[in-house]
Design a protein. Sequence first.
Length: 333
Amino acid sequence: AEPRPRVWVSQPLFDDIVGRLGEYFDVDATAEVTAWTPVQVAEKLRGVAGAVVTLNERIGPAEIAQAHGLRAVANVGVGYDNLDVEALHARGIVATNTPDVLTETTADLGFALLLAAARRITEGERWLREGRWRQWSFDTLLGHDVHGATLGILGMGRIGQAIARRGAHGFGMRVLYHNRSRLPAGIESNCRAAYVDFDTLLRESDHLVLVLPYSPQTRHVIDAAALAKMKPTATLTNVARGGLVDEDALADALAGGRLAAAALDVFEGEPRVNPRLLALRNIVLSPHVGSASHATRRAMAALAVDNLVAALGHGPRAGDPPTPIAAKATAKR
Ligand code: 8YV
C-alpha cells in the first residue's frame, strides 16, 4: 500500500481534535509546548505533506527550502505574520488561518483590557494585595469613564467591528474608526461607527484599540508622533500584535503623563516584556490570551485541522479548505 502522507503538528492542541488527522495521515504530534528553532522547524517540515503551526513557528523561504513535499500549512490563529505567504504560494503551498471563530472572544478580552486600563482594575488589585488599603477615601484610584466616551478602533476588521459593537451598544460610546478602506454603510451603521482619518482618530479617541494586522507597513504605527497626538487622558489597548507599538515611546508617554494608561495583550519581543513597561504602574499586561477561551481554542484547533485535511485533498471539503489565506491579502515583505 501507498505510505500515508505525514503531517506535523507543532504544539499540543487538543488530543481529540488532533487525533482526527490520524484518519488520513501519519501524525507527528508535539506532546509538550516547544520552542522550536528555525532549524528544527525546517527539519520538521522536510518530509511532511502538511503542518499545523502556531505563531511560535515562523515559516519563510529558509524553512521551506528543503520541504519538497510540503503542500499545506494550517496556521492556528487569524493573524499570520509568522508565515511568509508569498513564499509559500510561490511554491504552490496552500496557507490557511482561523478567522471568525475567535472574533467575539478576542473582542471580549479587548474590552476587558480597555475597562481594566480605564478603571485601573489591576493597579487597584496590586495596591490592595500590597496591604496599602487603609481606609476608603474619596480620591482613591480615580480612572476615566468608558460609558459615553469616544472609542477609537484602528483596524476595522471582524474583531474591530465586534469591539465597536460592544462599545456602541453596551456602553453608549461614540465610535470612530480608521481602516485601510472605508467600510460599507451597512457595517458602519451596525457598529454605529464613523470613519475618520488616522490623525482624527488619534486626537479624538478617549480609548483607542488596535486591531490591525502586523506587517512591515504597520510596524510602529503607534510611535512617539502618534502618541503625541493622543489626549493625555486617553487609554491605548492592543490585542493585535506587539510590533504595532513602539514600546519605548509608549513607556515614555505613560511615564510622562502624556497618556493615562495602556493595556497590552501582545508585545514586540514576546514572551519577553520590555522592562520599562514592567516598571510602570499605569499599564495592564496580559500574556497574549485574546482568543484563550476553552470553546474558542477548540474551534480554532478544529478549523485548523479541517483546513489541513481539506487542503491535502481529504474529507468532505477535499481541495476546498474552509479558510484559505488569499494571495491578494499577502503582506509585502
Ligand atoms: C492565537 C492570535 O492564539 O489569532 C491570532 O492572531 O494571536 C491568537 O489568537 C495565536 O495566533 C496562536 O498561534
